[in-house]
Each structure stands twice: as C-alpha cells, then as structure tokens.
Design a protein around this ligand. Structure first.
Ligand code: CTP
Ligand code: CA
Length: 233
C-alpha cells in the first residue's frame, strides 16, 4: 500500500538486522533450534533498503527466503556466529534490530560422531551452557545516538499479561525499542501477518494492528527515524 510513496528517510544510514533462528549442534546430524522463519527480519531489511539505508542482514537458517534486494547478506548458524557478525556490523551502524530468535542455550559439548541409542544409557541427559545475550552486549556498547531494537514473542501466564512481560523485558534489556509479538494460539511463527506492541524506553506504547510484516517493518523504521532525529550520524 505504501510502496509508491516510501520516504527516503534512511538515506546515509547503516542499519543492521538479524533474522531467522540459530542452531546449536548436538552432533553432526542434530541441533537445538529456534522456530523463526526470518520473514519479519527480511521485511525489515527490505523496507530499510527501500527507504535508502545501507543494510547488513545477518541471517540464520532462513533458507527458503529470497535475498532482499539491496542488503548485504551474512549467513550464520549458531548464536555465537550470529553475535560475532552482528557485533562487527554494529560498529558503525546507526540502528541495530535484533529480530532473530537466538538460542539461549547450547549443548555443553558437541559430539564428533552421531549419538547412538544404547541400553547402558537409555535416558540420556543433554547438558546445556548459557549463550551470551547479543542484545545486552549491543546495549552495553551502544554509541551515542545509536538505536538498538529488540524483539520479543510473549504469552500471558499466571505471572502477568503479554504487556506486563514485555514492559519488564524492555526495562531489563535496556534497548530503545522493543517489538512485542503476542503468541499463543498458533502465534506469529511463519505467518505473513504479525500483531503486537511497539514499546519505547521513553514509555511510549503503540499497539501494532494486525497487518503484513512489511507494515510492522515500516512502523519500526518510523520509530527508529524519530529517535535518530536530525543527527546525520
Ligand atoms: N537475544 C539476544 N541474544 C540472546 C537471546 C536473545 O540478542 N542470547 C535477543 C533477541 O534477538 C531479541 C531479544 O533478545 O531481540 C529478546 O529475546 P527473548 O528470547 O525474548 O529474551 P530473553 O532475554 O532471552 O528472555 P526469555 O527468557 O523470555 O527467552
Ligand atoms: Ca530467549
């Protein structure tokens, strides 16, 4: 709908977007993964390029998606690889958007051979190590004027609503913007439409209506451009 009249308001900006879901190898044929198609991250990259940005797209297992025009694509697999690629690209970035589903844990060891069933060890336990938080690292090293955007998929539970969890996560993460997808009944995974909230660290809370992922992308870039202000970077 907005296709013809896209503003060139990201001209001269470098933006970094992570997309997809990381995989943590268990053995040569298995991994722990995260459900994420990468469609939202790709929409963010595509729209940013259309609005004039130089775009680095760090992509984890988004194999089915066509490469967005005008983006520099960096393929990664594990959370550690994604973190390295994002950190490197973020050094001179104006905006970093962490749309990827990053594994919180990785197997403590990766077997060099396929793990076999055995009667000696009928119920094996997988030991996990914690992965570092890429978004938290970006926030800690953020340059003045650099905008950091996080994503969260939340469900309500006994401890609070989707919005309660999202507000707490925004405060904990310290990012400038947090895009919250309400998931639960089928949810946002692999869908073409997304709904949720856009929370800002200044307290602004905007409901994002159900719509195409390109519409959500436009909303995120609108907010980022507002925060970037007139500083040409
Ligand atoms: N994220 C990250 N590095 C990680 C985990 C998450 O950069 N190791 C980023 C995601 O890309 C996302 C944001 O942090 O932008 C929120 O991810 P989420 O999984 O919702 O947050 P967590 O702090 O991991 O909380 P939870 O325990 O709910 O998974
Ligand atoms: Ca997590």
């Amino acid at each position: 709908a907005r296709g013809d009249a896209l503003p060139r308001d990201l001209e001269g900006r470098h933006v970094v977007v992570s997309a997809g879901g990381t995989r943590e190898p268990l053995d040569p044929v298995r991994h722990l993964g995260n459900r994420s198609s990468g469609k939202q991250g790709y929409a963010l990259a595509r729209v940013a390029a259309q609005r004039g940005a130089r775009v680095t797209l760090v992509s984890a297992h988004t194999d089915a998606l066509p490469e967005p025009a005008g983006a520099d694509l960096v393929d990664v697999s594990t959370a550690a690889e994604l973190g390295e690629a994002v950190d490197a690209a973020a050094a001179d970035a104006d905006v970093v958007v962490m749309a990827a589903a990053v594994a919180d844990f990785r197997p403590a060891g990766t077997a060099g051979h396929k793990i076999k069933k055995s009667d000696e060890n009928p119920d094996p336990v997988i030991e996990l190590d914690r992965n570092r938080d890429v978004l938290a690292g970006l926030v800690a090293r953020r340059r003045p004027g650099q905008i950091v955007v996080g994503f969260a998929a939340e469900t309500g539970d006994a401890a609070g609503s989707v919005l309660d969890h999202a507000r707490a996560k925004l405060a904990r993460k310290g990012c400038d913007l947090l895009v919250v997808n309400a998931v639960g009944d089928g949810g946002a995974f692999d869908a073409d439409d997304n709904t949720g909230w856009l929370l800002a660290s200044d307290g602004a809370e905007d409901r994002i209506p159900l719509g195409a992922k390109s519409e959500l992308a436009a909303t995120v870039w609108d907010a980022a451009v507002r925060l970037l202000g007139d500083d040409p970077g």
